[in-house]
Design a protein around this ligand. Sequence first.
Ligand SMILES: Nc1ncnc2c1ncn2[C@@H]1O[C@H](COP(=O)(O)OP(=O)(O)O)[C@@H](O)[C@H]1O
Ligand SMILES: [Mg+2]
Length: 301
Amino acid sequence: MKEAIGYIVGGGLKEGFRIRLTVPADRVQEGSFVVCDDGRYRYFGLVTDLQLGATDPRFADEKTDRLQPAIQQALLGKTLYTTLMMYPTLLMDKGPDFGDPERAAWQARVEKGQEIPGPKPVKTVPAHHAEVRPANEADVAQIFGEEGKGMFVVGHTIEQGYPVRLDLNRFVKRSSGIFGATGTGKSFLTRMMLAGLMREDVAGALVFDMHNEYAFDDTDTDRMVTVRGLRTLFGNKVQVAALGRGALVRGKQPDFTLEIALSDFQTGDIELLGEALKRVWRRGRIRPNSLTYRCNVSGLL
Ligand SMILES: Nc1ncnc2c1ncn2[C@@H]1O[C@H](COP(=O)(O)OP(=O)(O)O)[C@@H](O)[C@H]1O
Ligand SMILES: [Mg+2]
């Protein structure tokens, strides 16, 4: 196969498959999608690491430029090589070979929905030396979904830039979380997901926006460009509420404010918060004009 980037030389389900690269290392990047077709199954995975290896460490430690070019060339790629770690994520059952008498029966079961070819979790491994290639547009579409109603493009693959879609109708049926270190794009992605849900009219959203990030336009401080907020994008489809009388959201007037009268508080509400309030009180975060003080609950703390 011309497009292969390497072949499997070891590894397993837990640590991932180890692949000997047959192309220059800079052709592949961490995080890109790769595919391994082996017999009946097609394995989809992510590149998690690239490592420099050597069959003999002496050749790795010594520079090859004092050798004749022919020998130098022979060393690179054979004695000195790069391994790639592929973390297998999903598997697709391609069914028995076309020539196999079992094929027709399998196909019929798939058509009746009795057999689901996948994608499903990976529970087996490909054989030694099975070839690995970069995922193409059809592979990415097979995993993440084809273009269509409710299919929202959340981004593109790193190298080739194939669209990665999310089926919003399925997305809203389950709980989801976006995790990552600070600055990795969680808020950015959340805003995009909310925009997708609204554009495709899949579901309504009640957003608890602690840092006033999503409603009004914001400035991307890295690139100094304006990031459009949901209110700007969708107008009156978005209602913005602020907490407390006269409160503003990023200096702008919200559609309405939420106010809780003191009479709305019951002793039980404060009791529920007792433990949390005690902790803030100890850290000295409660100021005399704060809610707890005004509610006269300091006796409880
Ligand atoms: N999908 C993206 N495309 C372009 N820039 C992005 C993307 N995601 C994040 N960024 C950049 O990274 C910065 C931090 O993203 P942000 O969503 O605020 O991170 P987090 O909420 O995880 O701390 C943004 O200001 C933006 O410049
Ligand atoms: Mg954030």
